[in-house]
Design a protein around this ligand. Structure first.
Ligand SMILES: Cc1ncc(COP(=O)(O)O)c(C=O)c1O
Length: 429
């Protein structure tokens, strides 16, 4: 048995190699200063991590430390501070590469978030590789970040946008996949885990069909990367996008991973300093990867602090994070289902989904649900979750969504369910 414990006590999982273990949530909660912040006179029950996660003390301190001890611009200065800042920034890049399965750090591009990562692919790879009559395939459960760029690209290029449907249970419907992905398909862009339904996409099956037709596959990992182990050396996708802020890191930092050959063939996204090698009035040559895609001064402090978030998650162990959330999701679905009127959207089986749990009450609007819960200190999200077409497909105008993470426990679910029961009495339903 190996115990990994850091100096500031944030590695708090006892792990036996190969066997997921439960998380010590009480100790994890103590690492998140915001969780003692009273909200409307109550203890904060934070169930909105699919929107953004809270930050542990080590991440907050890393931002302060950077500005106190290392602040300088990167990749240009020759003085000691500039070298220190550059090294810290590049250390995070190497760490990200390791975190997602040991890919080549040159294939890790820092962006502002998953949204920008996907736009980068749409504007560079898409601009070069999509033409009139080509097909782009998405699914019916996409977040706008992995939908709008493809709608716009298809319109711009007179390409055809096709959708893989979902079943009534919220799984991806593979029954007509052979008709949807064809020899005209150039790109399949799909969410790895849905932010509304929690559904985990059957990537292997879809990738197999896409590859048979020579299509490129982009997975939106914004909800998967924070919650389950992701190994990009075996997953089979060509591009993968995710955001730091949903996985304990700061806002304003995203990651795009792409296969080197694809990235090298793509034109730059933004133009300016550091993305070029030689600049003349009539001729410019591009810098090597990853710098070709990182024009200007990036979000240095937050990239540097993202390193601490990755270390925190690694110390817990992503297998353990996934096991904890599966167990808690099972409990939450059981408890919510027991409340009369509450209808849960998406798969019921915890192995096939993550901990973003959308639910509705036929008599109470999700905004009222959220407002009532907020009065009890419980933070959930209500609305269309930036997935309007999906919510329409579900036959809803909006849903309420409780989303779980490492600092949630059964007590949080109990608080949610007690408040929902009280709410139904309050509204007289
Ligand atoms: C599935 C999914 N994709 C993409 C995004 C966009 O992430 P960001 O806003 O960090 O760019 C989100 C954010 O909620 C998401 O849930």
């Amino acid at each position: 048995m190996a115990r990994r414990m850091s100096a500031d006590g944030y590695g708090k999982i006892i792990s036996i190699v190969g066997k997921p273990m439960g998380l010590d949530v009480e100790r994890i909660k103590a690492d998140f200063p915001i969780l003692i912040e009273p909200i409307n006179g109550h203890r904060l029950v934070y169930l909105d991590s699919a929107a953004t996660s809270q930050k542990p003390r080590v991440v907050i301190n890393a931002i302060l430390d950077y500005y106190r001890k290392s602040n300088a611009n990167i990749h240009r200065g020759l003085h000691a501070l500039a070298e220190r800042a550059t090294e810290s920034y590049e250390k995070t890049r190497r760490h990200v590469a390791q975190f997602v399965g040991g890919v080549d750090p040159h294939e890790i591009i820092f962006t502002r978030g998953a949204t920008e990562s996907i736009n980068l692919v749409a504007y560079t790879w898409g601009e070069t590789n999509i033409g009139e009559g080509d097909e782009i395939v998405i699914t019916e459960m996409e977040h706008h970040a992995n939908l709008v760029p493809w709608v716009i690209l298809a319109q711009r290029k007179k390409a055809i946008l096709k959708r893989i449907p979902i079943t009534v249970c919220g799984h991806i419907d593979l029954s007509s996949i052979e008709d949807i992905i064809t020899s005209r398909t150039k790109l399949v862009a799909l969410s790895h885990m849905s932010n509304v339904l929690g559904t985990i996409s059957p990537l292997a099956e879809i990738i197999a069909v896409a590859k048979r037709h020579g299509a490129v596959v982009l997975a939106d990992g914004a909800q998967a990367a924070p919650h389950m182990p992701v190994n990009l050396t075996t997953l089979g996708v060509d591009f993968y996008a995710f955001s730091s802020h949903k996985m304990l890191g700061p806002t304003g930092v995203g990651v795009l991973w792409g296969r080197r050959a694809l990235l090298e063939a793509m034109p730059p996204f933004n133009f300016g300093c550091e993305m070029n090698r030689e600049v003349r009035y009539d001729r410019i040559t591009w810098n090597d990867l990853p710098h070709k895609f990182e024009a200007g001064t990036p979000n240095i402090a937050d990239v540097v602090a993202f390193d601490a978030a990755l270390t925190y998650l690694e110390d817990l162990g992503m297998e353990n994070v996934r096991a904890h959330e599966m167990e808690l999701t099972k409990y939450a679905i059981e408890q919510l289902s027991a409340i009369p009127g509450i209808e849960i959207q998406g798969p019921q089986e915890p192995e096939q989904r993550g901990g973003a749990i959308s639910f509705t009450d036929p008599n109470i609007h999700p905004h009222d649900i959220s407002t009532f819960l907020d009065s009890k200190g419980i933070a959930i999200r209500a609305g269309h979750h930036c997935a309007q077409p999906l919510v329409r497909t579900l036959g809803k105008v909006a849903t309420a969504r409780a989303s779980l993470y490492i600092y949630n426990d059964q007590g949080d679910i109990d608080a949610l369910c007690d408040a929902l029961i009280e709410m139904r009495k309050y509204f007289g339903v």
